[in-house]
Design a protein around this ligand. Structure first.
Ligand SMILES: NC(=O)c1ccc[n+]([C@@H]2O[C@H](COP(=O)([O-])OP(=O)(O)OC[C@H]3O[C@@H](n4cnc5c(N)ncnc54)[C@H](O)[C@@H]3O)[C@@H](O)[C@H]2O)c1
Ligand SMILES: N[C@@H](CCC=O)C(=O)O
Length: 542
């Protein structure tokens, strides 16, 4: 008989500092050296076996040193996708029958392994494969993923404990939080190792089996996550990882009658394509697939005339340029009143131009390279357009260099017209657009910024005037799923600021929260009549 148990209470994993002389810095440096000396296998993991995909080869390189290959993956084919779906289907009955505590124990063990012996392995893979600095790798690959795993267990238990509160006399009502009927297709982006680890494991925790397609640019750390999950005891077939660009996988998975859900994070166009394909295949599915997608952003910082100039500067530098602006939450448009700009504009420009950029294995750098050649070309084109467009002025950065790595200098574009595309298009790179406005126009600027882009992911207001904060919080209620007051718009912490946005930014199911886990369940209501009636007549008939 199963007991009703209480898993360990979740606590946010503390960020290690990597300051000179710390043991974590030495350990990470040693692990980076170890990984640099090795060619890494990038196989698929299907039904508990590591197998090379059958498709085209893709070199997985270091973005800051693109001549250096970490490994070569072979993209998953339609046949690989079919094998992965079959493996997920075969594993489903045993996995959903496994007691919830045992599934929790696997996820909690994965968290403990990551907090301990696997921490620098996953951090180093994230530094090398995604060009994150030590600290950016730590807050993502280690701390956020540990937090996802620990907090998901807590929220999953809450969901299972959620039961009907009313029972008529002689009746016992129950809710059976079933997994979905079919497999979940998890598709993950390059930019957060934690998201890659969360998207397949959240549905798995709720009893589902999963086909996981990571980004080719994140394959090095994705392979480490898969190995870690195996070490933690994830049974064969529960999570099946398919490397590559994913088009052959989608051709099979999206047409499969057992597709029960998509757990996606990535760009808005990709999610819209997936949704449209599901829509056109709708009659062929056994059930309505759950579509959960967190997508792009054009995240704002709005300073009020009462803002502290130093707070604005810091929020913009960290919010816009950490990890080269490749966070969906990154500040990419700012609205600053003239009186504040006069006090901090030059400082912001000077500090931005002084940011140290380079190979992130050198701990002195603030940022590394952008992820790949496609991103590099996109950012270069956006910067060149800004230089050539009247009314736009590139006041910091504005240079790029791909001779060794894909390096884009942190760039600030000051724009007169807040309707220009620099204030609405997601570049997903280190490019910050700034609109300097007349102090008297605060409300007008807020209302324009509210719907200047199709997205509604993150945003911040910086002010000391309480009435201005209160007014902006209301006026911008639907402009961001994560809203910050006197802070940068990045760096949400699991369990503290559940993350996700609305409008074109996604379904806002909030990764790492109960609302996300709920999407991977299909509740069954059970009514048991303890003393069943044996007479069909009504009293009034007598
Ligand atoms: N809202 C959030 O929580 C959040 C978090 C991280 C990133 N993002 C967004 O992600 C984007 C950056 O990530 P990206 O460049 O990896 O996004 P992307 O859309 O290019 O790719 C995302 C994933 O989809 C895959 N993919 C693309 N087409 C596919 C298809 N037809 N079938 C199957 N898989 C397919 C890619 O290989 C990758 O694994 C940005 O727009 C960013 O804002 C959003
Ligand atoms: N949750 C992260 C962003 C994830 C998207 O890239 C943050 O809040 O900065």
């Amino acid at each position: 008989m199963d007991a009703i148990t209480l898993p360990p209470a979740p606590v946010n994993e503390p960020n290690l500092t990597y300051a000179p002389g710390t043991p974590e810095r030495d350990a990470l440096a040693a692990e980076i050296d170890r990984q640099l000396a090795t060619e890494h296998p990038m196989d698929a993991y299907i039904g508990g076996e590591w197998v090379a995909g059958g498709g085209a080869e893709i070199a997985v390189v270091q973005p800051h040193d693109h001549a250096h290959t970490l490994g070569v993956l072979k993209g998953a084919t339609q046949a690989d996708a079919q094998r992965a779906i079959d493996a997920a289907t075969d594993a489903a009955p045993d996995w959903r029958a496994m007691p919830f505590d045992e599934r929790c124990a696997i996820i909690l063990k994965a968290a403990e392994l990551l907090a301990g012996p696997w921490r620098q392995r996953l951090n180093a893979a994230t530094v090398l494969g995604q060009s994150k600095t030590a600290f950016q790798a730590e807050i993502d690959a280690a701390c956020e993923l540990i937090d996802f795993w620990r907090f998901n267990v807590h929220y999953a238990r809450q969901i299972l404990a959620e039961q009907p509160i009313a029972n008529s006399p002689g009746i016992w009502n129950r809710t059976d939080h079933r997994p979905l009927e079919g497999f979940v297709y998890a598709i993950t982006p390059f930019n957060f190792t934690a998201i890659a680890g969360n998207l397949p494991t959240a549905p798995a925790l709720m009893g589902n089996t999963v086909v996981w397609k990571p980004s080719p640019s994140q394959q090095h750390s994705a392979s480490v996550i898969m190995q870690l999950l195996v070490e933690a005891g994830m049974p064969p077939g529960v999570i099946n990882m398919l490397p590559g660009h994913g088009i052959p996988v989608s051709e099979v998975a999206l047409a499969h009658p057992d597709l029960a859900g998509i757990h996606f994070t990535g760009s808005t166009p990709t999610f819209q394509h997936l949704w449209q394909t599901v829509g056109s295949n709708l009659p062929s599915y056994k059930t309505y697939p759950r579509l959960v997608g967190e997508t792009g952003g054009k995240d704002f910082v709005i300073a009020h005339p009462s803002a502290d100039p130093a707070v604005v500067t810091t929020a913009l530098i960290r919010g816009a340029f950490e990890y080269s602006g490749q966070k969906c939450s990154a500040a990419s448009r700012a609205y600053v009143p003239r009186s504040v700009w006069e006090r901090m504009g030059d400082d912001l420009i000077a500090k931005t131009d002084a940011l140290s950029m380079g190979n992130p294995t050198d701990f002195s750098h603030f940022l590394g390279a952008v992820i790949d050649d496609r991103a590099f070309k996109k950012h270069t084109a956006a910067i060149e357009r800004a230089k050539a467009t009247p009314g736009l002025q590139v006041v910091a950065g504005g240079t790029t260099d791909d001779s060794v790595g894909w390096f884009v200098r942190p760039t600030i574009v000051v724009g007169e017209d807040p309707a220009d595309e620099v204030f609405s298009t997601e570049y997903f790179g280190p490019i910050l657009s700034v609109h300097v406005y007349d102090d008297a126009d605060f409300e007008k600027v807020v209302l324009q910024a509210e719907s200047a882009s199709p997205y509604a992911l993150t945003g911040a207001v910086i002010a000391q005037d309480r009435e201005a904060i209160a007014w902006a919080r209301t006026a911008l209620r639907f402009a961001a799923g994560n809203f910050y007051i006197n802070d940068k718009p990045t760096g949400a912490v699991v369990g503290q600021q559940p993350f996700g946005g609305g409008r074109a930014s996604g379904t806002n199911d909030k990764a790492g929260a109960a609302s996300n886990l709920l999407r991977w369940t299909s509740p069954r209501s059970i009514k048991e009549t303890l003393s069943p009636p044996t007479d069909h007549t009504y009293p009034y008939m007598g």
